[in-house]
Design a protein around this ligand. Structure first.
Ligand code: FAD
Length: 452
């Protein structure tokens, strides 16, 4: 067991941990980043599968995500827009396929106006409540005690409108059934993206990608920090702490430091042993932040054939196994790539199948959206963060019903010298890479005494 001493020890080399390290180094503090995996980037992971580059994890940037955009720029990296010329496809619950243009699903006039009305209500709530302290709203407890599913049905009797609006947060973002998280949690998601209107606008929310892949942002930050600072394959097992400092141990290394930043997703906080134990409050609420589950489907074809049919590759169908499909062709490539998402209970059902049946079922839905050519990809791959020991789900963690207003006010509080930084407890950029960059930097600034 070797021993080292630093000003600050950071646990986790995802975008939040690396952003914190970068900020602290800039201020001249000595740091070390201990990462469990044999790679940096956490939930951002750019990998070649059968010769094809896929973004297995986080990839898109929206225009409001200015902290990430500034970082990408500072690192000298380029971004490019998602391909979106042409029509989209909507599949109704009865299986009817409609090709449409514009933002609104082709659902009939009254459902359309009901969806617009619901979006309007949610926009007002998101603007009033905001992303920073949603628990402070006067109706926070009320909105946090009802599921988003039931709240929508209190607002509208139009089942299809509720189903479609629910999709944007449930399958689309929190990757949990809308019955399992609160209306307040859904409003936070919208507020963190600027508005509910932004959330339902795929042109906004899925705007740009990083040339070379999102993981390269973390890889470059780690390279700048150097191997003496970023240590791979060092899962942190134990934090001994007092008011004056910490002693953080992996299987091979003990680091003594004045402060620690735990930059891992909240569902993994309790995989670390704390001595003395964390206070009662943290021990309880850390159990109420749970990962969602989504399968990210990748399929690459010889060409982006859908474009020849005048389609942009975007497909929506709240009742389908794959609820969303997009053109995910990499920058400068001739071959075409689709990405799709299979969320929560549908993901459970897919993992219960054997590999061949799973592939067949998924490709059949892609073909429903974009035609029979979708049945024969050159490369097919499913991201499986649920099976990753150091993530255990996707995309991120959220509270169960009632948790956000009860424990949210404490989620950013340090415990003695132990600070917590994760995209999942960020305000702007909540559950996104941008939020990770913001909270990593803000936590470093708090340690530097630049932020309260
Ligand atoms: P993480 O990225 O999870 O990093 C935490 C790090 O801590 C990991 O490297 C982990 O290995 C390490 N760790 C855990 N426990 C320990 C331990 N005990 N000791 C040492 N190290 C430990 N965001 C977007 O902005 N746009 C998207 O398009 C998008 N799509 C996504 C798609 C998928 C499939 C997934 C999974 C996520 C997606 N996200 C997206 C979310 C985004 O990737 C995350 O918000 C972001 O990576 C969070 O950064 P983080 O540093 O807070 O946590």
């Amino acid at each position: 067991m070797s021993a080292e001493t630093r000003d600050v020890v950071i646990i986790g080399a995802g975008p939040s941990g690396l952003s914190a390290a970068r900020r602290l180094r800039k201020a001249g503090r000595s740091v070390i980043v201990l990462e469990a995996r044999d790679r940096v980037g956490g939930r951002t992971w750019t990998e070649h599968i059968d010769g094809q580059m896929f973004e297995l994890g986080g990839q898109w940037i929206s225009p409001d995500q200015t902290a990430l955009l500034a970082l990408v720029d500072e690192l000298g990296k380029e971004t490019y827009p998602r391909y979106r010329d042409g029509d989209s496809v909507y599949i109704a619950p009865d299986g009817t396929r409609t090709v449409y243009s514009g933002e609104m699903f082709p659902v009939g006039e009254s459902t359309q106006s009901e969806m617009e009305r619901l979006i309007g209500i949610l926009d007002e709530l998101a603007a009033r409540i905001g992303p920073k302290a949603p628990w402070d709203a006067e109706d926070a407890a009320e909105l946090d005690s009802i599921s988003f599913h039931h709240w929508l049905r209190q607002q509208s009797e139009d089942e299809l409108a509720c189903e479609n609006i629910g999709l944007f947060v449930a399958g689309g973002m929190l990757t949990k059934p809308a019955t399992t998280f609160s209306a307040l949690q859904a409003i936070l998601m919208a507020a963190s993206a600027g508005s509910f209107t932004n959330l339902v606008d795929d042109h906004f929310i899925l705007d740009r990608r990083v040339v070379g892949g999102m993981q390269s942002v973390s890889v470059q930050m780690a390279e700048e920090l150097g191997e003496d600072i970023v240590r791979l394959q060092q899962p942190v097992r134990r934090i001994e702490w007092s008011e004056t400092g910490v002693s953080v141990s992996t299987d091979e290394l003990t680091v003594s430091a004045g402060q620690a930043i735990v930059a891992v997703p909240p569902n993994l906080y309790s995989r670390i042993s704390y001595d003395p134990p964390l206070p009662r409050l943290q021990q309880i609420f850390h159990q109420h932040q749970a990962m969602g589950l989504v399968i990210k489907v990748h399929a690459t074809y010889d060409t982006p054939f859908w474009r020849e049919d005048g389609l942009c590759g975007t497909g929506f169908g709240a009742s389908r196994l794959v609820q969303e499909v997009y053109d995910n062709t990499n920058h400068g490539e001739e071959q075409g790539t689709l990405v799709g998402f299979i969320s929560d209970v549908n993901a459970d059902a897919m993992w219960a199948l054997d590999e061949e049946s799973r592939r067949t079922k998924i490709l059949e839905v892609l073909a429903e959206f974009l035609g029979p050519k979708a049945l024969e990809p050159r490369v097919f791959y499913l991201s499986d963060f649920g099976a990753e020991e150091w993530t255990r789900g996707a995309y991120a963690t959220s509270y169960d019903l009632g948790g956000l207003h009860r424990w949210g006010p404490f989620q950013n509080d340090p415990v003695g010298p132990i600070h917590f930084a994760s995209s999942d407890i960020a305000a702007e950029g909540y559950q996104h890479v941008d939020g990770a960059v913001r909270i990593g930097t803000a936590t470093a600034e708090r340690i530097l005494g630049e932020k309260s």
